[in-house]
Design a protein around this ligand. Sequence first.
Ligand SMILES: Cc1cc2nc3c(=O)[nH]c(=O)nc-3n(C[C@H](O)[C@H](O)[C@H](O)COP(=O)(O)OP(=O)(O)OC[C@H]3O[C@@H](n4cnc5c(N)ncnc54)[C@H](O)[C@@H]3O)c2cc1C
Length: 240
Amino acid sequence: MGGMSVQPEHVLVVGAGLAGLRTTEQLRAAGHQGRISLVGAERHAPYDRPPLSKQLLAGEWEPERIVLRDLDALDELGVRTYLGTEAVALRHQGSPEHHGGASDRGRCEVELSDGATLHGDVVVVATGVVARRLPDQPTHVHTLRTLDDALALRAVLDRIGSLVIVGGGFIGAEVAGAARARGIAVTVLEALDVPAERALGASLGALVARLMSRRASTCGRARGSPGSPPTVSPSPTARR
Ligand SMILES: Cc1cc2nc3c(=O)[nH]c(=O)nc-3n(C[C@H](O)[C@H](O)[C@H](O)COP(=O)(O)OP(=O)(O)OC[C@H]3O[C@@H](n4cnc5c(N)ncnc54)[C@H](O)[C@@H]3O)c2cc1C
């Protein structure tokens, strides 16, 4: 939001994931001298998500290893951080009649969950995605998207004998692998005909299903259309 023809003084980046972090780094690399603020809902410094379902879940890596840039390094970059704080409202304070420059285009106001308000000449929204939840999902069911999610799931894997995974895409398959490595009985439910069909297509997906079954995961079909959250009703084949 806002114009870039006149250098903005304060760039406010909402979302301290990979996209938010790289935005701040690239702004500095491109010579931006003004203030940069980074707002992140999670309390952690920006970290790399792919290892969450791989090395971190497997217990091979600890959280320190996946940090992309710690707080000191962000400080060195001249980035002020607001972590553990969610942006809850975005308002434009501009006057649409004026078109003379950045200041005339107005500023943006971002309200934070702790009641504070930040003002930016430019606001970058880099809030990523969230995992879809099942309708009426019970609180003890795990979701895997954040570092805290991964640590909670890892702790549970140490004390369970069986696991049902809803979603047979890459992340579901990786969780299945980590659980099987611990000897846990795994059932994967997938709404499409075969796992990872959207990414790999039907024939490679069928191969994934065979590989999963060979590694002693049960792969069943969940009811629901691919575009919408599946219902939690396992197909009869998954109830073996
Ligand atoms: C378990 C797992 C494994 C993955 N493995 C791979 C892989 O092997 N290869 C691959 O290419 N990709 C992988 N991905 C996907 C990859 O991690 C994403 O593409 C990447 O995280 C996208 O980065 P992002 O910054 O756009 O969004 P995100 O990583 O989602 O970051 C957005 C951030 O914004 C914060 N936020 C959201 N709303 C607000 C708000 N209102 N106020 C403040 N902050 C907010 C969120 O808390 C989050 O920290 C994986 C993802 C997961 C979850």
